[in-house]
Design a protein around this ligand. Sequence first.
Ligand code: ADP
Ligand code: MG
Length: 256
Amino acid sequence: MHVGGDTPTQQTVADVRAPLIEVEQLTRVFGAGEQKVTVLNGLTFCVPAGSLFGINGPSGSGKSTLLHLLTGLDRPSSGRVVFGGEELRARTENQLARWRGRHVGIVFQFFQLIPTLTALENIMLALELGGAGKFSRGQWRERGMACLAQVGAADFANRVPAKLSGGQQQRIAIARSLVNDPAVIVADEPTGNLDSRAAHDVFDALAGLTAQRKTVVFVTHATELASRSTAGIELLDGRIVAQHGGATVIPESACS
Ligand code: ADP
Ligand code: MG
């Protein structure tokens, strides 16, 4: 399985039953000497392709740190992340940035939309930054609208973020995460800043992406949301204390 290169390979990745992400003995230590903190301690698990994968745990348990390692935004102190059969640590920062742009869609807790751009412009910008993949410039608007429609947000295309509710903004952010047709969508506390009704709406929109063969990895401290995952792990103090749905922890050869 190959995730790099210039041809869109998302379908290929989702089609394969093998795990999309394999994590082996992953450890992240910050600081040195007396200040040394082991934030993640020897995690081994896998994210099955096509799963709605929940990473659950209380604040400070290492969830965000783990997401940063899974997406190559940060590097492990030891251990490894194999994504679609390829090791992230083999890549340079530039390669990682390009790879992320094409293969990972990211959704943040605070939406991170650009306030001066409309919803559609925010999405078209992400398309441009992601290299635009298989879409020519003439197709960008149509592609952006298709992604908005996918999350039920087509009516908001021409509004700036300030004219949208939190839930609406997060749906725009989900549409943005889809625009380069990545195999995996990663969301860090995507409903953490929403009231419960908007939270459910947004979570449903995210969960629905697995029907389109996306793998969705989400972080939450809400056990209620975590219980909707099809696979997942629970973290406490940087260790896995529970897992379900094929996130099997097998020491040595992680997931095969
Ligand atoms: P969560 O997302 O589960 O709330 P985090 O991954 O953000 O947890 O943080 C886990 C622990 O790691 C916290 O105690 C935090 O203070 C610490 N931590 C995170 N990033 C750093 C860093 N860059 N340097 C030092 N400590 C950090
Ligand atoms: Mg966090």
